[in-house]
Design a protein around this ligand. Sequence first.
Ligand code: GLN
Length: 505
Amino acid sequence: MSDLHHLSIAKLIDGLDNKQFSSSELTHHFLTRIEKLDGNINSFITVDAEGARQAAAAADALRASNLTNNNAPTSPLLGLPMAHKDLFCTQGLLTTAGSKMLYNFVSPYDATVVANIKAAGAVCLGKLNMDEFAMGSDNESSYYGAVHNPWDVQRVPGGSSGGSAAAVAAGFVPFATGSDTGGSIRQPASFCGLTGIKPTYGAVSRFGMIAYASSFDQAGTFGRSAEDCAYLLQPMVGHDSKDATSFQHSVPNYVAELQQAAQDCTDNRPFAGLRIGIAKAYFGEGLDQEVETTVRQALKQFEELGATIVEVHITDPKITLATYYMLAPAEASSNLSRFDGVRFGYRCDNPKDLTDLYTRSRSEGFGIEVQRRILMGTYALSAGYFDAYYTKAQKVRRVILEDFNKAFVNCDVIASPTAPTAAYALGAALDPVAMYLGDVYTIGVNLAGLPAISMPAGFTKAGLPVGLQLIGNHWTDSKLLTTAHLFQQYSDYHTKLSGVAQTGA
Ligand code: GLN
């Protein structure tokens, strides 16, 4: 049982059902790996070994009693280990958002996502490292240190959910939560050879998820396959009266739908009738040659499996990028004003007066990237500049959505590289603008509130994973998971393991 971390979620569920192993054994296996190997990866900020052991023992007891009580059905997630990005509030456990500002914050309540996953019986092993307040694309802005990519520890895992991606890719947890405001699930999934889904805005409750830019933020999942992502996404989705932007929308059975689609396909043409839109704008300047070749190769496979490629127009990503970096910091400057050293979190020593308390608590508690965004956002919102920047960017946001709407008349999904490059070296994107440019293909989705998935599409010559992004129209999350799952029935990129995942423990 030394390779339990290689098993898919479906196999783990089978193993638990057939008593090949217990949740306690599974939890022990993953905790041992974290203890032995996370020193070189730094994916966890908090490991809750004690809480996890208790939850696993409770899951084992429940499973046993369900079996004796005439096999009452259990939640598929019962007893499965997982971990949360450290911006989901967890009752009784530290929640830092990767910041010194929240170095001692223990939430008095669970985020809805956390509560739902707990209710489904999953075992939380701890909290995962991230860029500070989810601002970044390489996980280097965390107060708790950079995260290293398990495929090459000299490289970044992507961000901001870098800890989530690295932990799954290293085999420390079978799946994990993340959040995506401008690409923070898809880009690290791409850098770490994983599948990651950012659902339609409003599908998953934001209650208890520390806000970066509220009209963009959406929680989602990381797994090694689309099927693994679907298992964890299932309990997360649904209306929540505690989040005013949570939608009343029917929730499909993601796992059943993708498994059914795979079963229904008997002619090796699973994508017959599927129109994949390709936009020139998403294959333009700045795209690494090897990434482009790899993605185009994967698109050929889609065609061989029956899909039709059509050309579509979407807004120039340079415009999208400028719009995002106006609006997201504006929302951040407002959201982060609550961290003032008074109520919770970091407070400076010996303040002279109230102004000194605010100024020093915020200057000492926030890192450089967060301060930069608060300044940018405050500027865009300030009297005299509001119309020229904020209002104008809101109007462009509308145009971006309309361009997507028009594109979806002619295609079912839009495909692109997830990021313009594969994982780069630690320290390579210290120029913030260079880092922002890495978000060109992911942020349009958040501006329009669309769902999108990133999945492994091949490797560079150096052996680094490359991700392909599929963007869907609103509420086609299940279709995206199914499409990725079908592709994964005919390709094996997602089955390859990082060096760390191949290391036994
Ligand atoms: N990289 C983007 C940013 O820094 C997206 C971050 C995110 O999705 N949380 O804003």
